[in-house]
Design a protein around this ligand. Sequence first.
Ligand code: PBG
Length: 324
Amino acid sequence: MNYPVTRMRRLRANENIRRMVRETSLSVNDLIYPLFCCPGEKVKNEINSMPGNYQMSPDMIVEECKEVKDLGIPAIILFGIPEQKDPFGSDSYSEDGIIQTTLRAIKESVTDLIVITDICMCEYTDHGHCGIIKNKDVDNDETLKYLARQALSHVSCGADMVAPSDMMDGRVGAIRDILDENNYTNTPIMAYSAKYASAFYGPFREAAESAPQFGDRKSYQMDTANVNEAIREIELDIIEGADIVMVKPALAYLDVIYRAKQEFSMPLAAYNVSGEFSLIQAAAKMGWIDKERIMLEVLHSIKRAGADIILTYFAKDVANLINK
Ligand code: PBG
């Protein structure tokens, strides 16, 4: 039936009718909030390029976790900024590492909040690469041992889920094996499966102090022009035992999210990364855009493309809006 019998505007007439026919909804259940932990006490340093986000000492992270939980957000993901960096990223698997200390502090006083840890070497190595360097290159198989050790250490200190973001081949299998061997068979892995070598991580590298000191990440993170390769990466992670797969970044890769959701019946996460957040914050600061509306529009687009879960620095803002 065409116009004038059909009139699309009938179902747009008011907010109630629009609510009834809305195809995508955003819920606090979808959100994971990233947090950056650093050594010390009572430290809460705002990250210059990421307003409203902070490097926080474990005690402050605990307070933040309570707030996040009260907002109904089900999960956080932790990134660590260690006291000392070295070529092997040893803080990342040390009993007294920054993540381990923070995990123990959270688990002592906050219940019912899923604590995920990012598994990677770049925040802990002095060269800033995501693995162990041999002959001026990141050595894949050597790195797997370190990633597995890091994951086991996090889980033994209370991490509820681990999220490898390094993009080494075989890391999901290596982590699954070591967790299973140590009776952590019920700990899920959320794999950063299709992670691109993106310029959108710029502000994060300031936040985590993790920029590579030489070269770039293009020999392990994906070429930004590819999508078939993303499907292969996701498939391999599923075969290796990933429980949740991820596409990262989100906004410039909505087609990848869409393809991934069509191809696999897996819970799919998308990371609305630091650069996507900072662009909106900066334009809002200039008075050029309406921050709240743009934030919701962007997050809806990520859900509409097919993501079930969104990692976003806007999580608290969204929860505050939804809960209003
Ligand atoms: C660690 C890691 C990065 C991000 C998440 N985990 C940075 C990178 O790969 O350089 C980026 C997150 C963001 O930009 O918000 N490898």
